[in-house]
Write a protein that binds this ligand. Structure first.
Ligand SMILES: Cc1ncc(COP(=O)(O)O)c(C=O)c1O
Length: 430
């Protein structure tokens, strides 16, 4: 029998954390997790929270989905690690087959696995470079692609992600993303400007884009823009990478958000909700592109952990059995209706946007375009005090995003919306 877990108080843990861990690992909550179940989380002092953060979009199937836990438990009994590159296992191949079938595009595909979103991005760029023999990579303003060197270079926001961490990899350029007052036409013009001023398109290996920007503020890349990117890529032999680390795996009501546009990317990165809370990420792409890297060039000791793979295979079953793509639409519509209703009472809600359940609410100073990060922070703090975990995002930190499990009950969803309303009223009264 295992000894029961014991915890310190939130205050004592906070003091130990400050002494033992660096401040660069920024932390939102001042309470510590003890346990979690579906859309609920309890802290070490027994307080209950409705989790609308899902560990940053990782828990579309909820905390500890029983089917995912069973698959992991079965795998734990068999083996936990061999290193796929030393002794392979079937689950790696089986999940690759499933993702190849689920990803858009009627052509042969191949998939490789790593552990984190940033690693998937790194590998997608490596593969694109190997396949094209070119080095340039274009990303967009406001983009977030991770905290590794290439992920950081691709990220279109300096503070805090790139601050004091240079020099960054060369030949990474940013074009304007069509949001925050930039039209599709202007964004395309921006790309043409890059091709004139900074890099010959024939030296560009890939354009990487989030079909819905995550950290950047839940801005949807308009279909017209994605179609224009596809055409530009085809014209110049550039590969199009859809970074679906946050927007993928059912969040927007489709397996991959880019499906809403009808555009077929050459490579897709996937992570977060792919494995229902276990670290696993993937690069899915055209078979011939994926095969460009030489044997041994891709992988890693923990790449494609059997635990993560077992979880991901169960996640796909759960998504299908529980019809979570439809559920994403239903919950998203319900939240959107509630937020649209709130707009009547709060002049500061300047926008409600999203696809499926990838929904966000932008807060500006009433009657202006000025981001109201302070109001967003107050809403978040008030919600936390009332037992609802919310995340912000956006280059102005003034967007509240909602990343609840798609498995949440209607009742808890309603409770969360009520807490949000009360928190907004309290935040405004401050
Ligand atoms: C679109 C996108 N790409 C890449 C990443 C990096 O993923 P990870 O934090 O797992 O490295 C993130 C993380 O938020 C993301 O949203």
């Amino acid at each position: 029998m295992n000894a029961p877990l014991t915890f310190g108080s939130n205050t004592s843990l906070e003091a130990r954390k400050s002494a033992a861990t660096p401040r660069g690992v920024g932390i939102l909550a001042s309470f510590y997790a003890a346990r979690a179940e579906n859309s609920l989380l309890w802290d070490v002092e027994g307080r209950r929270f409705i989790d609308f953060a899902g560990g940053i979009g990782v828990l579309n199937t909820g905390h500890r989905h029983p089917k995912v836990l069973r698959a992991v438990a079965t795998q734990l009994e068999a083996f936990t690690h061999t290193c796929y590159q030393v002794v392979p296992y079937e689950s790696y191949v089986a999940l690759a087959e499933k993702l190849n079938a689920l990803a858009p595009g009627k052509f042969a595909k191949k998939t490789m696995f790593v552990s984190t979103g940033a690693e998937a991005v790194e590998n997608a760029v490596k593969i694109a470079r190997a396949a094209t023999g070119r080095s340039g990579v274009i990303a967009f303003s406001g983009a977030f692609h991770g905290r590794t060197m290439m992920g950081m270079a691709l990220t279109g926001k300096v503070a805090p992600y790139k601050l004091n961490f240079g020099p960054l990899p060369a030949e990474v350029l940013h074009a304007p993303f069509p949001a925050n007052g930039v039209s599709v036409k202007e964004a395309i013009k921006g790309l043409h400007m890059l091709f004139k001023a900074d890099i010959d398109p024939k030296r560009v290996a890939a354009i990487i884009i989030e079909p819905v920007q995550g950290e950047g503020g839940f801005h949807i890349a308009p279909a017209q823009f994605l179609q224009a990117l596809r055409a530009l890529c085809d014209e110049h032999g550039i590969l199009l990478i859809a970074d679906e680390v946050q927007s993928g795996f059912g969040r927007t009501g489709k397996w991959f958000a880019i499906e809403h546009s009808g555009v077929i990317p050459d490579l897709i990165t996937s992570a977060k909700s792919l494995a229902g809370g276990f670290p696993l990420s993937a690069v899915i792409g055209r078979a011939e592109v994926m095969d460009a890297a030489a044997p041994g060039g891709l992988g890693g000791t923990y790449a494609g952990s059997p635990i993560g793979l077992a979880a991901a295979l169960a996640v796909i079953d759960v998504m299908q059995e529980e019809k979570l793509l439809e559920r994403s639409e239903t919950l998203g519509n319900r939240l959107r209706t509630a937020l649209d209703g709130l707009r009547a009472s709060f002049a500061g809600i300047s926008d409600v946007r999203g696809q499926g359940s990838m929904i966000a609410m932008e807060l500006n100073k009433p009657g202006s375009d000025e981001p109201d990060a302070a109001f967003a922070k107050r809403v978040q703090t008030e919600a936390m005090a009332r037992g609802l975990i919310l995340l912000t995002c956006g280059t102005g930190a003034n967007v509240i995003r909602f990343l609840y499990p798609l498995t949440i009950s209607d009742e808890l969803f309603g409770e969360a919306i009520d807490i949000l309303k009360a928190s907004m009223a309290a935040a405004r009264a401050d």
